[in-house]
Design a protein around this ligand. Structure first.
Ligand code: GLN
Ligand code: ZN
Length: 765
């Protein structure tokens, strides 16, 4: 019998129950016991739901209070000094949350012995997803020990309520490779780590599990030297640790490629493959993987919200079943369902034509079960489901012939400014006549409770659109007046009217849809509800011109218009799967281009096109990156290049890695780029200096992620350092990012200090 399996279920709860419980606990409104009870109820609910759907291998330990990598680190005793862990025994919740969020200065922390000011572990993206994990810190002194066998506990918890679960464990090699190691090569720690993993497996077996899922997603990446040997050592040791326990080695997010031969030689009972991202690897895997061992087919997309093409997936499964393999197959989602929302049932307001094409976590489980059944009992057994799937697939994604025609008529010139930067700079400097180190900001001013209340009242129908707009105009006018008063050279309107930098645009574009409860965990209690791009994208009407023109009418200074770029619009959405991503991105680029043209026509001389998510689309494999970067750069340029020489295009990116993509950043050819640098002490500019970045740069001199207000002297020092790396004539002065999450009490003094700092340095130049 084919096994219907799941690799991981969303943790946040269909109505974000975990978020609510966490935030209530953090603010002292509920107790640890209450938080743990909510968590246990969520786990029981998801187990019951999965079992009820017909899933044979229900995962456990896929749940976490914050992050599964942090859970693993804490269970393995990888807890740095200063967080209140004695070095023995279970890690307290206070320590756990201090590692996740940094010390908050509470009494409970003091009691737990947590160093005041202890910072959170570094957080980084989980492969190419929008989920972020906490990076464990390894040193030569790291001593691994099992502080608590949470996997065995989870197995017992499931069995007590009648479900034999398959615990999920982050594998030892991926754990080490995903950690940050100081003064030690991570893989050198493997021999010390393996006995602890062996102990975990023995405990799992004793608790009554028959299978364990060990995740090694690093197997789909370019591995460092030594990793192949590490995998062999690790899995030989683990296979011996608990002979009665079957190991399913899970890979996802891509193809194994050159790692397939050695992976196939590992002594594990089963191998899971992502056949959504990488269907082509099936043929090689069938040749390499012994037929007497289990193969888990990841046929249902765990990374996107579309319904599975059941007929096609079944075809792949049948192909895998041929040749005597049929008795040892599992069907599963491609990866954990953590990356998709819980359930479509809650979405009552979606266009039915869209809803028919969607599948969230619960619907995907039903697809997994259907495929397993189709494989065992034949197509006839699932005929109605196949028919429904065919019908949904046949329904054309919303198509707009005008968009296709425009895409067909693209010319290379359209992605090319009229003149090279030097010539444009001359025209722009003559037009704007700005001082050296012009002061600007990244776009948003505080989204205060007052601003959010206006939006909420409009949404609830308690306020007319006109009254709402008038209130937003008043806020904008006040912000413009303030910027003039303190001497900001290039003011912004403040983005008060925007709910979110992607949603605001998506809601005005054709081809986008939004869910009500489509929450996906980003990190900890933070969730996002990504828009769904389900049709051809176009811009029916101007989106921002009214606000920018209004703000410009209030001042003689150049008002900077503010747009979200096409690559960011793409990377922060669920994207239709019937068109290549670059085609969808070009559609968005043309829509943004229309807005850029209208802003220019309305007299807006500077236009910023934000691309904070530009890096996020980078493929996992080095060899795939050039292709992505090529079209991503092209799309940005397509959106920007419609303007004349004297119109200044800005872009903004907020992350701290530019070294490997600096040539592409330069190729975007924005007249000005503002970046996040305050925390890196301008070290980041080395990449721009080394590459001789040719255009203007605004390195952030105020870290807006922290409530601390830097004084002018501090910003002068940062600007001076910047001026050592970039000629002062090409430098701007601005914060690291938009100020929407800060309060006016911080923004007012910080911006005034920034103006003072720029003036001080100007006098020296
Ligand atoms: N213009 C946006 C803002 O200021 C940019 C946000 C971002 O970079 N994430 O809020
Ligand atoms: Zn930013």
């Amino acid at each position: 019998m084919t096994i219907a399996a799941n690799l991981g279920y969303p943790r946040i709860g269909p109505r974000r129950e975990l978020k609510t419980a966490l935030e209530s606990f953090w603010s002292g409104k509920s107790t640890e016991a209450e938080l743990l009870a909510t968590a246990e109820a969520l786990r029981a609910g998801s187990r019951a739901l999965q079992q009820g759907s017909g899933i044979n291998h229900v995962p456990s330990t896929d749940f976490t209070l914050y992050d599964h990598v942090l859970d693993t680190a804490c269970a393995l005793g990888v807890v740095p000094d200063g967080y209140g862990w004695s070095g023995e025994g279970p890690v307290s919740l206070a320590t756990y949350f201090a590692l996740a969020r940094g010390a908050r200065g509470t009494e409970a922390e003091q009691e737990a012995g947590i160093r005041p000011g202890a910072t959170a572990l570094e957080m980084t993206k989980w492969f190419d997803t929008n989920y972020h994990y906490l990076v464990p810190r390894l040193t030569p002194e790291t001593r691994f020990q099992l502080t608590r066998n949470r996997w065995a506990d989870a197995v017992r918890e499931g069995l007590a309520l009648g479900t034999r679960t398959r615990p999920v464990l982050l594998g030892p090699v991926s754990f080490l490779l995903l950690s940050k190691a100081e003064d030690v090569r991570p893989l050198d720690l493997l021999p010390a780590l393996l006995p602890v993993y062996a102990e975990v497996l023995r405990g799992i077996a004793e608790a009554g599990a028959t299978w364990v899922q060990i995740d090694e997603p690093c197997l789909v990446t370019d591995l460092p030297p030594g990793a192949e040997a590490a995998y062999a050592t690790a899995y030989h040791a683990l296979a011996e640790a608990a002979p009665g326990l079957d190991i399913l080695l899970a890979t996802y997010f891509g193809a194994l490629r050159e790692n397939l031969p050695f992976t196939a030689a590992l002594p594990v009972a089963g191998l899971h493959l992502d056949l959504v991202r990488a269907p082509d690897q099936l043929a090689d895997a069938l040749a390499a993987w012994p037929a007497d061992r289990w193969l888990s087919l990841g046929l249902v997309d765990g990374r996107n919200v579309w319904r599975t093409d059941l007929r096609q997936a079944l075809g792949l499964a049948q192909h895998a079943a041929a040749g005597g393999r049929g008795k040892r197959l599992m069907v599963a989602p491609s990866c954990s369902l953590l990356h998709v929302p819980h359930s479509l049932k809650l979405e009552t307001a979606l266009d039915p034509a869209l809803a028919r094409r969607l599948a969230f976590a619960n619907e995907k489980l039903a697809e997994v079960v259907a495929l397993a059944r189709g494989l065992d009992e034949g197509e006839a057994a699932i005929a109605p489901l196949l028919k429904a799937s065919d019908a949904a697939r046949a329904e054309a994604q919303r198509q707009d012939p005008a968009v296709a025609a425009r895409l067909g008529a693209l010319t290379p010139e359209m992605a090319q400014r009229r003149s090279p930067y030097a010539q444009r700079a001359e025209a722009q400097h003559a037009r704007f006549n700005l001082p050296k180190l012009p002061v600007t900001s990244i776009g948003s001013w505080p989204q205060t409770a007052e601003v959010r209340a206006l939006r909420a009242r409009l949404a609830r129908g308690e306020m007319t659109q006109d009254a709402h707009d008038a209130a937003m105009e008043a806020l904008t006018a006040e912000a413009v007046r303030w910027q003039e008063e303190i001497g900001v050279d290039v003011p912004v309107h403040g983005e008060f009217e925007r709910n979110d930098m992607v949603k605001y645009f998506g809601e005005q574009l054709a081809g986008y849809a939004f869910t009500k409860h489509g929450w996906v965990q980003s990190y900890g209690s933070r969730c996002v509800a990504p828009p769904i791009i389900w049709g051809d994208v176009s811009r029916p009407h101007p989106m921002t011109v009214r606000w920018s023109a209004f703000a410009q009418s209030l001042t003689k200074r150049p008002m900077k218009g503010m747009l979200t770029g096409p690559v960011t619009m793409l990377n922060w959405s669920f994207v239709r799967d019937d068109l290549p991503r670059d085609v969808v991105c070009r559609q968005i680029a043309l829509a943004i281009r229309d807005e850029v043209a209208d802003l220019e026509a309305a007299g807006i001389g500077m236009i910023q096109i934000d691309e904070p998510a530009f890096r996020e689309g980078l493929p996992l494999r080095e060899s795939d990156r050039a292709e992505y970067l090529r079209w991503a750069v092209e799309c940005f340029r397509l959106s920007a290049s419609v303007v004349g020489d004297a119109t200044q295009i800005h872009t903004h990116m907020c992350y701290s890695e530019f070294n490997d993509i600096i040539a592409e950043i330069a190729a975007m050819d924005a007249d000005v780029i503002s970046i996040e640098t305050a925390r890196s002490d301008m070290e980041l500019l080395a990449a721009f200096e080394g590459f001789a970045y040719p255009n203007e740069i605004g390195p952030g001199v105020w870290d807006i992620h922290s409530p601390r207000v830097p004084d002018a002297a501090e910003m002068v020092a940062l600007l001076r350092r910047a001026a050592q790396r970039v000629p002062a004539g090409r430098l701007w002065a601005n914060p690291d990012c938009g100020c929407k999450t800060r309060g006016w009490a911080e923004v007012r003094p910080a911006m005034a200090n920034l103006v003072a700092a720029a003036r001080t340095l100007r006098a020296e130049l």
